[in-house]
Write a protein that binds this ligand. Structure first.
Ligand SMILES: [Zn+2]
Ligand SMILES: [Zn+2]
Length: 251
């Protein structure tokens, strides 16, 4: 069975005009487990849909991390209480970064499977719309890559997500509001404070007037520590953005 990436051009054309009919000819594989089994309209098989590690009702209102029920009613999770200060107002995440959620992220990032954009976008938009601040958002901005990294890739997955989310929310999409001013070391090799120091001053807003007074939704596929998002928020607030919120698919 051909994978969606290597479908003949006529297949791609017909999939746009009649997905249901075409699926009889080209059964799609599941974005997460890659089995050639029936998938839902967003590309997930029933097993992966049921197994998505969704972050439930108990979550940190600052960083969006999942909390045990013991932490209900606390203003922040233990790491947010310890942190010197997150620059964004609030972050939301759809899933924990594991299992099917991790596979979906990898399928986009390393496999170039663009079906994952819609799947992740739907989850993020749903989560954002359930927040009391959803109506405040003026601009949607992706976490930028440094240009030297950007040219090595076919796309920046946070740009694809942010554009799609802006469209669904009816907000302005501003891919170049925020710039990465310098290359940083990969955060995965660093811990805690070192991550914050690595990111310090890494972002800037070349045209502050475009951020002035606006509420910004910052979008990324994954947030592990909050260091990158917080530094982005610092740059946006320095440009007089009114507030910064963060939405990611997984954390
Ligand atoms: Zn599956
Ligand atoms: Zn937290």
């Amino acid at each position: 069975m051909p994978s969606p990436e290597v479908r003949p051009a006529s297949g791609r054309f017909f999939s746009r005009i009649g997905g249901a009919v075409l699926d009889l000819v080209y059964p799609q594989d599941c974005i997460a487990c890659r089995r050639g089994v029936p998938v839902d309209p967003l590309g997930l098989c029933p097993d992966c849909r049921a197994g998505l590690p969704r972050i439930g009702e108990w979550r940190c209102p600052r960083c969006g991390d999942e909390l045990g029920p013991y932490a209900a009613g606390r203003p922040a999770c233990p790491s947010c209480s310890r942190r010197s200060g997150l620059m964004f107002r609030s972050a939301v995440a759809v899933c924990r970064y594991e299992g099917a959620a991790r596979e979906i992220v990898h399928r986009l990032k390393f496999g170039g499977d663009l079906r994952a954009v819609r799947l992740m976008k739907e989850g993020i938009v749903q989560r954002v719309q359930s927040e009391p601040w959803a109506g405040e958002i003026d601009l949607v901005v992706p976490v930028p890559l440094h240009w030297t990294r950007r040219i090595g890739r076919r796309f920046n997955q946070s740009e694809l997500l942010a554009r799609s989310i802006a469209h669904s929310l009816g907000c302005d999409y501003r891919p170049s509001l925020l710039r990465r001013l310098r290359r940083t070391r990969a955060q995965s090799f660093l811990r805690g404070i070192a991550r914050e120091e690595n990111m310090r001053g890494a972002f800037g807003v070349p045209r502050p007037a475009l951020a002035n007074g606006r509420a910004v939704l910052l979008v990324d596929d994954v947030m592990t520590t909050c260091a990158t998002a917080s530094e982005c928020a610092r740059a946006l607030l320095a440009a007089e953005a009114r507030r910064v919120y963060v939405a990611v698919f997984a954390r």
